[in-house]
Design a binder for this molecule. Structure first.
Ligand code: NOJ
Length: 763
């Protein structure tokens, strides 16, 4: 975060306004300015401001421009260059009141330069690295004339069947909330009104990650305590960090769709949290109120949504077509319309667009000749962040790092896939610019060793899956299956393995498998690739699995076959180089899982911070009537917070500065972390708390703080965590947020499972 200001201002401030009457004179304060403008607006112009149109829809551009010039559109999304946006802003400048448009886009984990998917960013546990990805995204998007991103996506995900698990930052409330804060500040910088910064629109409000069965768009049914305790804080953190926008979720919450949910949108968001920005529906969500079964037609849907406080309607016709009649009949009072318009204009003011509508679009003569030019990318930053996101899950007998003089058999359908390296939601990223594992290894090794590549298997042999994956990717073919028989491909890979010193198998999911609408009933690696892994194991050669995936996978068998396992998510434009850095030990892996890896899909939900229960699992006699599955182990495959390094770290017994904590006071937990191995490296010291006895069951542990520490070989450092009453507060059964006196356990470890414990009492 250190360089936010400098980075923000690094982009040229010189883009003279053609709109403002006196460019140098500051505008009146927002409320005065907006109120004055609204006095001049007709009802049709007001309604127009509430329409957010997708450029990718079938409305021709010419018609869009005509509509803008007539004052009938407030903003668009899905255009990604200055010269696409400029004619639309020009059209707005021809409109009666010259109200500028804003241009939004899904800048989720990078823009032209793609960073690791959000789940991978979270795995870095490195707030500076995450901020870096956000800053670069903002700069690149701003330089392409984009004013707002539909991000950060901070939906807590505890059911990895949900394909959008990849888009969020994992299962943990504290970690996701910290990242929400960092991301909003990184996108918006000192102010979203400055060029180089863009406005953040946090999503999906609310609880979208808890869709029943992990099936996308399904209902959410959740107790209020769980909402407030676990799922809502990340959105709140983003809003407290100043997010100018909120995108409203597609799901219902306890029967009431978020899009028509007065409690959610009015009581919680506006009144309790004091949100003053713009609330945007998700794509077509207003009309979907009919399918939810709470509106009988578009008219009623529009009425419900505007009453709930949805300011902008994303890509559906409901507001444009229905609000005139609803206002005329008095079913929607003028004040509802005005409230929505005020927020839209306020957001435009905050984005700096009234001061200069061309703030980010700039002048035509300054447009880049090639928007995808290499010199517009931030490769070094992407490589740096990507290697921090990789998680070493297993490393028997120091299989890794590899020597560069090695003969490597590189196999797997993902080993040389440029498109998959980018992950989902990487719309402005160019696959041809991404570095595959094959390319990364070759480059790192030069003439020193050799890489023999054999595909070995298709992503899946099920033609329906390939068809599905190619269908959801509107940009082109995502999965290009090799037509050879599966056994021929395996034989070829086995032959390569037999002639190699080590096998590196890049396996997992294609990017479309972890995407919107891509929910799965299984967390397995597809059978085609499992058969490949078994055949490789049978060669007896050391086997390194490089996983690419956007959700935890159930890899109990595959990891047992492997000598080493590296989780790489979808690591972005520089993924192949970053993975090579780790495989060869040019970077010592330091990532930690931001989400639990279950042994099987049947263990879901498998998050670590579950509430205490009356009969917790106690190993012992079979059928001992404690909470377990009798047909599998109870523990996860890899716990939350887990990740290895090429060096070893030890933690000293930790001390608490006091055995009691007075309300209003603080207490310090101190622990010495030592690098006991032979390489320099980083680890994450994690602090968890447990409220032992309270008025209601509390989590067995909850992350409350962490520190990522860099230590040279042999070096040690004391890490101190300060605890205050605030860290002990929770929402009780009456939704009162308070700490209750009594005993608390403090647990400190390098993952969530392997911890040491001390306790204190809150007086
Ligand atoms: C629908 C998705 O749910 C949302 O996350 C995204 O921002 C919009 N489409 C716009 O692309």
């Amino acid at each position: 975060m250190r360089n936010l200001c400098l980075l923000g201002l690094a982009i040229s401030l010189a883009s003279p306004s053609v709109w403002a009457q006196t460019p140098t004179a500051p505008l009146p304060p927002k409320d005065v300015f907006v109120a004055d403008l609204m006095k001049q607006m007709t009802e049709a112009e007001k309604i127009g401001q509430l329409r957010l149109i997708s450029i990718a829809t079938d409305m021709p551009r010419e018609l869009i421009r005509k509509e803008i010039a007539a004052g009938h559109i407030g903003g668009t999304f899905n255009s990604v260059t200055r010269d696409e946006n400029r004619p639309m802003q020009d059209a707005a400048m021809r409109s009666r009141l010259k109200i500028p448009m804003f241009f939004a886009y899904d800048v989720i984990h990078g823009h032209r330069t793609i960073f690791p998917i959000s789940l991978g960013l979270a795995a870095s546990w490195d707030m500076d690295a995450i901020a870096q990805s956000g800053r670069v995204s903002a700069q690149e998007a701003s330089a392409d004339g984009i004013d707002m991103t539909f991000a950060p996506m901070v939906d807590i995900a505890r059911d990895p069947r949900w394909g959008r698990t990849s888009e969020g930052f994992g299962e943990d409330t504290y970690l996701v909330s910290r990242i929400a804060d960092v991301m909003v500040k990184a996108y918006q910088g000192l102010s979203p009104a400055l060029p180089g910064n863009i406005m953040a629109s946090v999503k999906h409000f609310a609880l979208y990650g808890a869709v029943e069965g992990g099936r996308d768009y399904n209902i959410v049914d959740m107790s209020p305590t769980r909402m407030f305790q676990d799922y809502l804080p990340p959105y709140h953190a983003a809003i407290k960090a100043g997010a100018g926008g909120v995108m409203v979720a597609l799901n219902s919450i306890n029967g009431v769709p978020a899009t028509s949910n007065m409690w959610l949108m009015q009581d919680l968001l506006r009144k309790d949290w004091g949100f003053k920005g713009v609330a945007i529906s998700d794509h077509g969500a207003i009309i979907e109120l009919i399918k939810h079964g709470v509106a009988k037609d578009n008219r009623e849907a529009a009425k419900l949504a505007i009453k709930a406080g949805i300011d902008m309607s994303m890509n559906d016709k409901a507001y444009g077509e229905e609000l005139p009649g609803l206002l005329k009949s008095g079913e929607v009072p003028q004040s509802d319309l005005d409230n929505a318009v005020r927020e839209v204009l306020g957001a435009k003011y905050d984005m700096g667009l009234f001061a200069d509508p061309y703030l980010r679009i700039g002048k035509a003569e300054d447009d880049p000749a090639d928007t995808n030019a290499e010199n517009r990318l931030h490769r070094q930053e992407a490589r740096d962040v990507a290697r921090k996101s990789l998680v070493l899950l297993k490393n028997n007998n120091q299989t890794l790092p590899l020597k560069k003089q090695t003969r490597i058999a590189l196999v797997g359908p993902l080993a040389n896939s440029k498109v998959d390296m980018l992950g989902s939601w990487s719309g402005a990223g160019v696959p041809a610019q991404s570095v595959t594992v094959y390319e990364g290894l070759q480059k790192a090794m030069g003439q020193q060793g050799s890489v023999t590549y054999a595909r070995g298997a298709n992503i899946s042999d099920d033609p329906k899956i390939a068809e599905y994956l190619n269908h959801i990717n509107t940009g082109g073919i995502d999965v290009n299956n090799d037509p050879r028989p599966a056994q021929t491909m395996i034989d070829e890979a086995v032959k390569a393995a037999q002639h190699a010193d080590v096998v590196v198998a890049v396996v997992g999911e294609s990017r479309g498998m972890s995407h919107e609408s891509s929910s799965r009933t299984s967390l397995d690696i597809p059978d085609s690739q499992r058969a490949l892994i078994s055949a490789l194991k049978a060669t007896g050669k050391p086997l390194v699995l490089v996983l690419m995936n956007g959700r935890p996978l159930s890899i109990e068998q595959e990891q047992a076959h492997a000598d080493a396992v590296l989780e790489t998510w979808f690591s972005g434009t520089e993924g192949g180089n970053a993975i090579a850095d780790v495989l060869f030990g040019d970077y010592n892996p330091s990532g930690k899982l931001p989400i639990t890896f279950p042994r099987s899909v049947g263990q879901i939900p498998s998050y670590y911070s579950h509430l205490s229960i009356g009969r917790p699992f106690t190993p012992g006699k079979p059928g001992n009537y404690t909470s377990q599955y009798f047909d599998a182990e109870n523990s996860p495959l890899y716990p939350f917070g887990y990740g290895l390094s090429y060096t070893d770290f030890s933690l000293s017994p930790f001390t608490l500065s006091s055995k009691t904590l007075k309300p209003g006071g603080t207490l310090t937990a101190s622990v010495t972390v030592k690098n006991t191995g032979k390489r320099d490296g980083e680890t994450v010291v994690q602090l968890y708390l447990r409220d032992v006895t309270a008025s209601m069951a509390r989590p067995v542990k909850e992350l409350k703080n962490f520190e990522k520490v860099m230590l040279k070989a042999g070096e040690q450092k004391v890490v101190r965590f300060t605890l205050s009453e605030d860290d002990l507060k929770f929402y009780n059964a009456q939704l009162k947020y308070a700490a209750e006196p009594g005993e608390f356990d403090v647990q400190i470890g390098l993952d969530s499972q392997n911890v040491q414990q001390n306790s204190f009492e809150l007086l």
